[in-house]
Ligand binder design. Structure first.
Ligand SMILES: Cc1cc2nc3c(=O)[nH]c(=O)nc-3n(C[C@H](O)[C@H](O)[C@H](O)COP(=O)(O)OP(=O)(O)OC[C@H]3O[C@@H](n4cnc5c(N)ncnc54)[C@H](O)[C@@H]3O)c2cc1C
Length: 314
């Protein structure tokens, strides 16, 4: 006989977050105001440490919290490279100064991120990367080329791997930097895919400046730090997307705009599950004009009828 269901391990957390949401969630707050509440309370990233915008809860609590946010129709922390890769990497390897400078503004969505790992000659063989960072005054100057960089065109900061030592085995000469993207030494060029959209970018670095304080971990230990990022990235693939809030009000509307901007490149990923439909719809529309375009595709069109440059603007 099945024993009567008692309280489960997540029930206490569920009750706590539900009570907090009942008190705090106000759809008429601006997104910035609401995200400040999330960062202050720790409910935006419950598995992060309490001193860094979290609540120090086990990873298993994250799903419970997400369910309660969805139930309340409340807006969550932003999706993407910032919360999923940059935050965990800085938490594990970054100095307190880096945590102070970057974690809260990532949770609030004030800053956005991209990943600058892959290069034309360093994909699977990532440790063979050739981007070069040289000491330059109180920082580093980085030159080289990156590729397949999702969302690089709208990111404020890039998680960058570059070689700082050419005289040691390849895994030991890499340093992990936080690169400010909006500077003259950084040029982002969208890569057009066969389906007509530009989900990825190339990023050209020409003596781009990185302050010395923007190194995550120690110089030369970038490979170890990169393994943390890659481990989190691997976990992302099967993870369920956070449910949309489905809520009305100012914060939700601003969050919907944020999501639309951030998720546009992913919609047209070439390996998307229903890739065939994307390609066939695009071809049919281009050849006969007879197929009605998906709403999202229509939003990405320019007035000339060509797909837009995926929001590319610099
Ligand atoms: C959807 C998507 C988003 C991405 N976003 C980003 C991003 O934001 N930032 C970023 O830095 N990178 C990104 N990447 C790049 C990605 O992480 C990999 O680095 C990249 O796809 C692999 O490199 P490559 O395409 O040059 O392939 P290659 O490394 O050239 O590999 C091509 C093929 O050869 C095989 N192969 C390679 N080496 C060997 C070998 N020694 N023996 C046998 N077979 C081998 C590989 O398994 C593969 O099948 C993204 C990739 C995808 C698919």
């Amino acid at each position: 006989m099945t024993p009567p269901a008692g309280p489960g391990p997540g029930d206490e957390v569920r009750a706590q977050v539900a009570a907090w949401l009942a008190e705090a969630w106000d759809p008429e707050l601006s997104l910035a105001q609401w995200r400040d509440c999330l960062a202050d309370s720790g409910w935006g990233c419950p598995a992060w440490p309490r001193e860094w915008c979290g609540r120090g809860l086990p990873a298993a609590a994250v799903g419970v919290v997400a369910q309660e946010f969805a139930r309340a129709g409340a807006v969550a922390a932003p999706e993407g490279v910032g919360m999923n890769l940059a935050g965990p990497t800085i938490l594990e390897h970054g100095s307190d100064e880096l945590k102070r400078r970057f974690l809260r503004s990532t949770v609030t969505g004030e800053i956005s991120w991209c990943q600058l790992f892959s290069e034309p000659g360093a994909g699977s063989d990532l440790a063979g990367l050739q981007a070069r960072a040289e000491r330059d005054g109180d920082g580093f100057a980085v030159s080289g080329q990156k590729v397949w960089n999702t969302s690089a065109y709208h990111a404020d900061f890039g998680l960058l791997l570059a070689r700082t030592d050419w005289d040691v085995p390849k895994h030991r000469g890499i340093t992990y930097f936080i690169l400010p993207m909006r500077q003259p030494g950084v040029e982002v060029r969208p890569l057009r895919q066969m389906n007509g959209y530009a989900s990825f970018n190339e990023v050209f670095l020409d003596r781009a400046r990185v302050p010395a304080g923007n190194v995550i971990g120690e110089p030369g230990q970038g490979w170890t730090v990169a393994l943390t990022t890659l481990a989190h990235e691997r976990r992302l693939a099967p993870a369920a997307r956070r449910p949309a809030s489905g809520s009305a009000g100012r914060a939700a509307e601003e969050a919907a705009e944020e999501t639309e901007r951030a998720m546009a490149p992913y919609r047209w990923y070439p390996q998307r599950a229903d890739q065939a439909s994307v390609i066939s719809l695009t071809i049919s529309w281009r050849t006969s004009g007879s197929v009605s375009r998906p709403a999202a595709m229509a939003r990405s069109m320019t007035r000339s009828g060509r797909p837009a440059r995926c929001g590319y603007q610099r």
